[in-house]
Design a binder for this molecule. Structure first.
Ligand code: ADP
Ligand code: MG
Length: 236
């Protein structure tokens, strides 16, 4: 059985999707089998960052019990498998959260790593996403509003029995106004696993629909994400 890891933040826009997409590709480049799932039911965009087009069947169809899971699994860059989200509000209404747990159970046999891109917020769908992974990685920014939301997310995850592995600090510029790594570790009570710098190449890569670790593997953010992948893969 593979490791199922939820990437969550509380606050929106911290870099969950960017991290999941690139980490997944980097793990695949290290020879790991990876499945990524877009559990951001209402704002699905994982497949866009991965540059995947033509997706007739999505997780929404599976959750609405209108399609088989196997038909919603696509091959992405570097051989990663991806279960994309959809944009149909109609199907969001029909989606059964308990079905999401079944989906995770089924795919956990298929890969070494199951990376779950969670929605922001702490509403029903976000909390459900926290439940479905065994481990949690918080993706946050070095500012107090993001950190307090991350703390709430971590506490809920722990209550649900999900193990917080640590935090990824994203979009770090090292300006004086930022919280330091030590301050963040003290507040969240988890280790910082990796620091990903603010990097204009991130946006450029997603505009091209090519994951940064492929498009620009020597850019600062790509190097950081590859280091995180190496850590998770047990390479260093
Ligand atoms: P989330 O999934 O948490 O909502 P995204 O991964 O979609 O966040 O990122 C939000 C925005 O921030 C996107 O426009 C993305 O390109 C940008 N972004 C993410 N990480 C970085 C970074 N390290 N440097 C610069 N821009 C980034
Ligand atoms: Mg996202």
């Amino acid at each position: 059985e593979g490791r199922s890891i939820v990437f969550a933040s509380g606050k929106g826009g911290t870099g969950k999707t960017t991290t999941v997409a690139n980490l997944g590709v980097a793990l695949a480049q290290f020879g790991k089998e990876v499945i990524m799932i877009d559990a951001d039911i209402t704002m699905a965009n994982l497949s866009l960052v991965l540059g995947m087009e033509d997706i007739p069947i999505t997780l929404h169809d599976v959750l609405a019990r209108e399609a088989d899971l196997k038909d919603a699994i696509y091959e992405g860059p570097a051989g990663v498998k991806v279960i994309p989200g959809g944009l149909s509000l109609e199907k969001i209404k029909k989606a059964k959260p308990e079905r999401l747990r079944e989906v995770i159970r089924e795919i956990s046999q298929m890969a070494d790593f199951i990376l779950i891109d969670a929605p922001a917020g702490l509403e029903m769908t976000s909390v459900t996403a926290l439940l479905i992974g065994k481990e949690l990685i918080i993706v946050t920014n070095p500012e107090i509003s993001a950190i307090t939301d991350s703390l709430k997310t971590k506490l809920i995850a722990e209550k649900l029995g999900t193990l917080p592995l640590g935090a990824v600090l994203n979009r770090v510029t090292n300006e004086k106004t930022e919280l330091s790594q030590e301050e963040i570790e003290a507040i969240l009570e988890v280790p910082v696993l990796e620091v990903i710098p603010e990097d204009p190449e991130v946006k450029r890569a997603s505009a091209y629909g090519i994951p940064l670790v492929i498009k620009n593997p020597t850019s600062p953010a790509a190097i950081a994400i590859k280091q995180l992948a190496a850590k998770l893969a047990g390479i260093k």
